[in-house]
Every structure is written in C-alpha cells, then in structure tokens.
Design a protein. Structure first.
Length: 291
C-alpha cells in the first residue's frame, strides 16, 4: 500500500469515527433533553421530535429522521452526486439508530430552559464535528441547498432559516404550546454558537495594524521580542497626503500590552488598531486542517 493510499485510509477512518461521535452527541441532545421536555427545534430532528410526541412514542424518532431525509437525498442526487448522497445516507442511518437507542435514557432535567441550553450544546457539538470532518447529515440544510439551486432569490442561510421556522412554528401550533418558539430560539442560538466555537476553537488571536513613520524600527523590535511575523504595507494619509507605513501582524491576546509598549517607545504618535482574528493558519499558529 502506497503512502498516499495509507493517508486516504487514515483520513476516511478518522472521518468515520468522527461521524459516530457526532451522531452520538446529536442524538443525546435530542433524546435526553429535548424530547422529554417537549421542545420542538428546527430541522429533521425537530420534525422527528414532533411526530414522536404527537404519536405518544408510537413512531420512533430515528425512524422519522431516516424517513424525512430519504426524499431529500433523492432530490439532491443529481446536484450533489452519488458519493455524497451515500455518505449522507450512512450518517443519517447511524443517527437514526442512536436516536432509537437513546430513547430509553431518562430525562436529564425537567427545566425546559436548561434542556434547551444543554440540548443545544450537544447538538452544536455534533454539527461542529460534521462540518469539521466534512460529514453531512442531510436534513433541512441539504434541502435548503436544493431549493436554492432552483430558487436563487434567497440565499441558502435564508432558506434554511425559513424551513426551520416552519418546523418550529408548526410544532408550537400542533403542541398548543407557543412557548415552544422561545425555547426553540434558545436551542438554535446555543447550537449555532457551540458549533462555531468548536470549528473556530478557543485559540483566539488578535490582528494588529500599526500606522507609523517608523516601520522598520518597530518591525525589527517586534520580531526580536516575538516569533510572530510582521508585514509592511505602504500607505498614504488622505488628509495630510503624506506617505505612511502600515505594519500588520497577528499576536496572542496576552502579547497586546507588550506590543503597545514596544510601539509607544519607538513612535508615541503611532496609530494602532487591534481586532479579533477568529482563525489564523500558519507558522506559530494552527496548522491547516487536512479535512
């Protein structure tokens, strides 16, 4: 077996393992927090939860999850290709199996706010794993992509929001529980924030712009006191029409004070801009994700 084939096998093995973990976490969020507290969220899991509650558990969550996704996959066959569809089908079946397995687990809390929060965290972790390892679980996200392919007057996120809103509002009406909308909003918000945090990571950085007339001196000092690189950009002050030097660098949050002191000691009149950088890839920061 060649090195390239070994790498491909390792990548696919890691992706399969990540898919199992993601499905497990997502199903735990639905079965252990949302279903027991009658919270109907968005997506295919929201539809499955609603059907399960309306039938008093006669129709399993996993069964509905698979049943809802099959026509969506059929619609996306031409657009996405058979390899993507088969991968998605495998993920959906595994997710449905976990949903059926975890229905026997008792409720973790009777507080609906806590259920929405912790259910959102688990769902967000599952979604984050799916996105990180390029795994699709189908659902309304795939349906939104398919609708956008034919009706482009809305973007994919807008179509997704519309589809999820339909599920949430339908759940509130069918369950005669308008409060469900508020709990669903908490669930969706927490889930989105958790998945973003998982994908971007906790390793935040700061992007800095330094506008100065002493670019060479400041850059030399910054490089001498830190392993971070510095890029010089030639600029021009539009009010004074004077040529200015703009230094750009990315640093860790704990290095901000050191950077300010270095700049101030060399050029007290320098203009400094510090912004958040969600993800920095390269030497001294994170490596490029091979997935």
């Amino acid at each position: 077996m060649t090195g390239q084939k070994k790498q491909m096998l390792l990548t696919e093995t890691l992706r399969f393992g990540a898919m199992l973990v993601g499905c497990c976490l997502y199903a735990l969020g639905v079965d252990c927090f949302l279903v027991h507290n009658e919270i109907v969220g968005g997506g295919a899991s929201g539809i499955a939860t609603l059907v399960y509650l309306l039938t008093d558990g006669m129709v399993g969550i996993g069964v509905v999850t698979v049943a809802v996704n099959i026509p969506i996959l059929i619609l996306g066959w031409k657009q996405m290709g058979w390899k993507f569809i088969l991968r998605s089908l495998l993920t959906i079946v595994v997710l449905g199996a976990f949903n059926e397995l975890f229905t026997v687990i008792p409720s973790m809390t009777d507080n609906r706010i806590l259920a929405a929060v912790y259910g959102g965290i688990l769902q967000g972790l599952g979604i984050g794993i799916f996105i990180k390892f390029k795994v699709s679980s189908g659902g309304t996200e795939l349906l939104a992509r398919e609708i956008n392919h034919w009706f482009k007057f809305f973007s994919i996120p807008v179509w997704l929001a519309i589809l999820d809103a339909i599920v949430v509002i339908s759940g509130a009406i069918a369950m005669r529980d308008l409060e469900n909308i508020f709990y669903a909003l908490i669930l969706i918000f927490v889930s989105a924030k958790t998945s973003d945090l998982f994908i971007m990571g906790l390793n935040k950085s700061k992007q800095c712009y330094i506008i100065t007339d002493c670019g060479q001196e400041i850059s030399k000092s910054l490089i001498a006191h830190s392993p971070r690189g510095v890029t010089l950009i030639e600029g021009k002050g539009m009010y004074t029409q004077n040529e200015r030097q703009v230094l750009m660098t990315c640093i860790k949050p704990q290095q901000i004070d050191q950077m300010k002191n270095i700049v101030h000691d060399i050029d007290p009149h320098a203009f400094i801009i510090v912004t958040d950088a969600n993800e920095v890839i390269g030497k001294g920061f994170s490596d490029r994700d091979r997935f």
